[in-house]
Design a protein around this ligand. Structure first.
Ligand SMILES: [Zn+2]
Ligand SMILES: [Zn+2]
Length: 125
């Protein structure tokens, strides 16, 4: 095991070793709580000396990917909600929302193209 891996395991153990939902092992990751300078992001953290890490342990938390998404509000889009429905979902409300989104986008593109032609015609471009 490398020093970095060793530190990572130590950080995880110190933070309780599991996600709130009970997941452990490879399913959980260490995340920084707020916005940090790059040198304190988890992946860079592991290269530091334990004496430097220990006082900052409270700035980190353990979570699996799913719980983190929920925590950040990334999975709270309702079917048919958001700008274009749920990502990759094919249910009717999501499809309708996606269609509306694409229609709007295409309309905007057509309008832009029209404006461009107009400006060219008038010799403004
Ligand atoms: Zn979890
Ligand atoms: Zn859906």
């Amino acid at each position: 095991m490398t020093k970095v891996q060793e530190t990572r395991l130590k950080v995880i153990a110190e933070l309780g070793g599991k996600c709130d939902c009970g997941k452990t092992g490879k399913d959980i990751l260490v995340y920084a709580k707020g916005k940090y300078e790059l040198k304190w992001w988890p992946q860079n953290l592991y290269a530091k000396k334990w004496e430097e890490i220990e006082p900052r342990l409270n700035d980190y938390y353990l979570s699996c990917m799913m719980c983190r998404r929920i925590k950040l509000g990334l999975t709270t889009i309702e079917h048919g909600g958001g700008a274009s429905g749920k990502q990759g979902c094919d249910c009717d409300p999501c499809r309708l929302q996606k269609n509306a989104y694409n229609r709007e986008k295409n309309k905007k593109m057509r309008e832009d193209a029209k404006l461009l032609r107009q400006l060219r015609k008038e010799g403004k471009l």
